[in-house]
Ligand binder design. Sequence first.
Ligand code: SIN
Length: 287
Amino acid sequence: MAISLKKMGETFVAEVEGVDLSGPVNAETMAAIRQAWWDHSILVLRGQNISEAQHIDFSRHFGDLQDHTVKDWLLPAHPEILVLSNRGRGGVKPLDNGGAYWHSDMTYEEVPPMGSILHGLTVPPEGGDTLYTDMYAAYEALDDETKALIEGRTAIHSYHHRYMKMAEGGKRPAPTAKQLAQWRDTEHAIVLKHPESGRKALFVNEGFTVSIKGMEPAESEALLARLYAHAVQPEFIYAHKWRADDIVMWDNRTTMHCATPYDFSAYERTMHRTTIKGLALSQAAAA
Ligand code: SIN
């Protein structure tokens, strides 16, 4: 056995033990990690004192990497890395708890990322956890009437909408004309069938989903609010309490996440994230 897994729940979260990503990782170990990721939406690897290049190399085992649309937050030396830091490390603009709302990463892209790999570099002693919710379990727990209502329907996802909300709250500068021209809304099925597991997951998120196609605005808003409230019930949630050099990797299609508040002025919180393009999981499976 190349790795050992400490399961937290049957299928949602597992801690991978016996792996050191700062040294060479053999093919057998990588295959075991990949399989574990398909079996669990979230993997935790503790004590990974790795460089940016090692973070990128590890991430590339799962597919091509996807840059964030806002270039100000990409590490100049390694633009594959998104820097989420309230102190603005590595020449990147500070971001005050950028992921502090329930979302799945970049679902406004035509092909949403398959996953993200977050490395905690400096973490506050209290607060600044990341909450994850299990969107397979949330879907499975819906009543039959709601399942029938959302089956076959699509929802609209928008980065423009999210950015303007933050800009209006004074948390982002006004968007540039170039950004506005780049941001196109996209449409995805509300019930996602996972390409590897074949299981169904609920695929809407408060961060980027703005409406349900073909529904009256009031009805769409009410249904989305109900789905979000359902999905973040405590029984579906794992709260990750960060230690420096933790890595958490999540399947972006079957989870939502949200960073919790902390004292920005007292503490630094600096995280590096890589994001893996969609379809990579099935490409990896075929390889
Ligand atoms: C993210 O939203 O990708 C990062 C979440 C976090 O900072 O905990």
